[in-house]
Design a protein around this ligand. Structure first.
Ligand code: BDR
Ligand code: CA
Length: 312
């Protein structure tokens, strides 16, 4: 937005479960002048939360950026749900087994849920939350401070598979099945949500040849991202033989937060199946008073170009 010649940045809280595509999304967001990342909040998901925090700090250190990181949930909202960490996709360390150092920067004091609530309270109707892991932190913030959370400007969520099959089971996408109750409560909360699911992220591909371009820059951070993405692409080669690349799940959520014209959307209500074989399934319905913008199409080439111009 430009107001009387002064550019206003979009203030962002970025909720991550860092992971390889989370790391790419972080670099993309931090290199985007439209966004002001106020802080990262971490969740379990691709790895346990302690590792998710460590990976977030490690990526920031490699990018030479100092942004507050607040640790969040290490458990599902309804306690006792079994967690499975996708080591075959993100590696033992969550970063494709490339992490060879302990970050020297430390997480901030305090926890993710309080950070979210405090920021929203201090900047009513201004803050966009980008959430690219399980929805546990957001659900806990809504539970703790529902009236304050109603002051969030927008929530852009990478998660779900409304009109396409899941990527963990035939029904469920990873971020949703990791905490289905949390996702269901967030979707029912009335917050202004844009849902960036597999319907669109599986249309956005990063080709393997681009990693050579990243390495050729000679930048430490570019090499770090290329090495971990190589691992991610190998996992994709097993699940999608012949693809020659990987999908840009979490980066697309950042892209949509920067420029929503990358996608087209349909208004729906979204419910999550929380029991039985179809657990984690996101069911979109257009009847009633639909309140969630579900992304159903993406201008893939334009988005991927934008991502590539900025990520390194
Ligand atoms: C989502 O699941 C995680 O593995 C990725 O980081 C992404 O957020 C894709 O289904
Ligand atoms: Ca993620």
């Amino acid at each position: 937005m430009i107001l009387e010649g002064v550019e206003i940045l979009k203030p962002i809280i970025f909720d991550v479960d860092t992971g390889i595509d989370d790391a790419m999304a972080m670099a993309y967001a931090l290199n985007s002048p439209e966004l002001e990342v106020l802080g990262f909040t971490t969740c379990f998901g691709n790895v346990p939360v302690v590792e998710s925090t460590r990976n977030t700090l490690a990526v920031l250190e490699k990018l030479n950026r100092r942004i507050p990181v607040f640790e969040g949930a290490d458990q599902t909202l309804v306690r006792g749900r079994k967690k499975k960490y996708p080591k075959h996709v993100h590696g033992e360390d969550g970063l494709g087994n490339t992490l060879q150092f302990e970050p020297t920067i430390k997480a901030s004091q305090g926890n993710a849920v309080d950070f979210i609530i405090d920021q929203v309270k201090s900047r009513p109707h201004e803050i966009t939350i980008i959430a690219v892991g399980p929805m546990t932190n957001i659900a806990m913030a809504i539970k703790k401070a529902p009236t304050i959370m109603s002051l969030v400007k927008e929530v852009v969520i990478m998660g779900g598979a409304v009109n396409v099959p899941g990527n963990v089971t035939p029904y469920a996408e990873a971020n949703i099945i990791s905490d289905p109750e949390a996702a269901d409560q967030v979707f029912a909360s009335g917050l202004p949500i844009t849902l960036v699911g597999l319907d669109v992220t599986l249309q956005t591909y990063l080709l393997k040849s681009k990693l050579d371009d990243w390495r050729a820059t000679g930048k430490e951070s570019a090499k770090f991202l290329a090495e971990m993405t190589d691992y991610y692409m190998k996992a994709y080669e097993n699940s999608h033989p012949g693809l020659g690349g990987c999908a840009l799940h979490d980066p697309l959520a950042v892209g949509v937060a920067i420029d929503s014209s990358f996608v087209s959307t349909e208004w729906m209500n979204v419910k999550v199946v929380t029991e039985g074989e179809e657990t984690g399934r996101t069911i979109g319905q257009k009847d009633g008073e639909p309140r969630i913008r579900v992304c159903t199409n993406v201008e893939s080439d334009r988005f991927v170009k934008h991502f590539l111009e900025r990520v390194i």
